[in-house]
Design a protein. Structure first.
Length: 349
């Protein structure tokens, strides 16, 4: 485990943290996806309505009976724990860098005590095609490939097995979200051909000074949607839309936590909103989580869907290139920006 370095340049007081509220029945909706397994010819409109209501009121929801086999979830959790238990020197052999954006990173490398965690990223499409730079007029493309560690030897196979199951869940959820907006079930599917989606293994070690650090600071997800598998320790907090309070998401056995990202906010023309969230750290327990970030192809132009734009409801965003946005955000991990990091609100009309 890395030691906490109290360097003045990196220590900042974290934002005010109100008293935690444990999510129960009146919190983030818990939605049962078992009706999807009945193979009716018509959509289950009650389920569609629940998804739409959760997206509109919370931007977050949890799903159970989602179809991802328990043994697949157990294998990915076991592989993640085995990898992060390795000596730091061994893990760093698979470190990501500005040339290869996928692989291992830790808070010593990133020089931040606010993000108290270690990660391992891998892309879903291998290779993944992105723009070579964030310069607007540069059309050069490059291929990114995964950087697999030598140990554990089955990490690649397990990640690919898990990814295959998550792809099935992804399209189920995209279909439900599209239907909830009054669109055809497959309306969003074509946008994810040659996707730039990726998954991340997160490890949050016990932190000796949790009042000075966050596992991950407040943020919104820039992509379309995130599907999170977390352990029973918990740490995710969501900013409730109704009053701005930070709400602790109590872990639900066998559930996934789903949140809509900035792209669905834009595509829906603000019908649905990407919501701020963060991760707290624990002084006594380590925590593991596995988010699956769902992103479209680099060549997708992001703008409100034409079916949701009218004279009465004009477009609220100007269009932008997902590929250039993605390249800018990814490269900002490795170089100091002279301006504010690009955000979806920069495209608001």
């Amino acid at each position: 485990m890395a030691s906490l370095e109290f360097e003045p340049d990196f220590i900042q007081p974290i934002e005010h943290r109100p008293k935690l509220q444990i999510i129960e029945e009146d919190g983030i909706p818990l939605i049962d996806l078992s009706p999807l397994n009945l193979n009716f010819s018509e959509p289950n409109w009650d389920l569609v309505a629940k998804i739409g209501d959760a997206c509109r009121k919370w931007g977050f929801f949890q799903v159970i009976n989602h179809g991802v086999p328990a043994e697949v979830r157990e294998r990915i959790e076991s592989a993640a724990k085995e990898f992060f238990a390795l000596p730091k020197e061994e893990k760093r052999k698979a470190s990501r860098d500005q040339v290869n954006l996928f692989g291992y990173s830790d808070f010593e490398i990133t020089k931040s005590v606010r993000d108290w965690k270690e990660i391992f990223d891998c892309t879903i499409e291998n290779p993944t095609v992105i723009y070579a730079s964030d310069e607007p007029d540069d059309k050069e493309l490059k291929e990114l490939t995964n950087k697999w560690p030598e140990y554990p030897p089955d990490l690649r196979d397990v990640c690919e097995m898990y990814s295959a199951e998550m792809q099935k869940l992804t399209y189920k959820l995209l279909g439900l979200i599209a239907l909830s907006m009054g669109l055809p079930e497959d309306r969003l599917h074509s946008l994810f051909k040659n996707q730039t989606s990726f998954m991340r293994l997160n490890y949050y070690p016990p932190c000796p000074a949790p009042e000075l650090a966050l596992g991950l600071g407040r943020h919104k997800d820039a992509g379309a949607m995130t599907i999170l598998l977390q352990d029973d320790v918990g740490g995710l907090e969501v900013k409730r839309k109704s009053d701005g309070e930070w709400i602790f998401v109590k872990p639900t056995p066998d559930a996934y936590i789903v949140n809509v990202g900035d792209l669905i906010q834009v595509w829906s023309n603000d019908k649905y909103e990407s919501v701020e969230h963060r991760v707290t750290v624990n002084s006594q327990k380590e925590r593991f989580s596995i988010p699956y970030f769902i992103n479209p192809s680099h060549d997708v132009w992001i703008q409100p869907l034409e079916e949701l734009v009218s004279e009465q409801s004009p477009a609220k965003y100007k269009g932008y290139s997902w590929g250039k946005f993605y390249a800018t955000r990814k490269l900002s991990n490795f170089k100091k920006l002279t301006t504010e990091n690009i955000q979806v609100h920069h495209f608001k009309l």
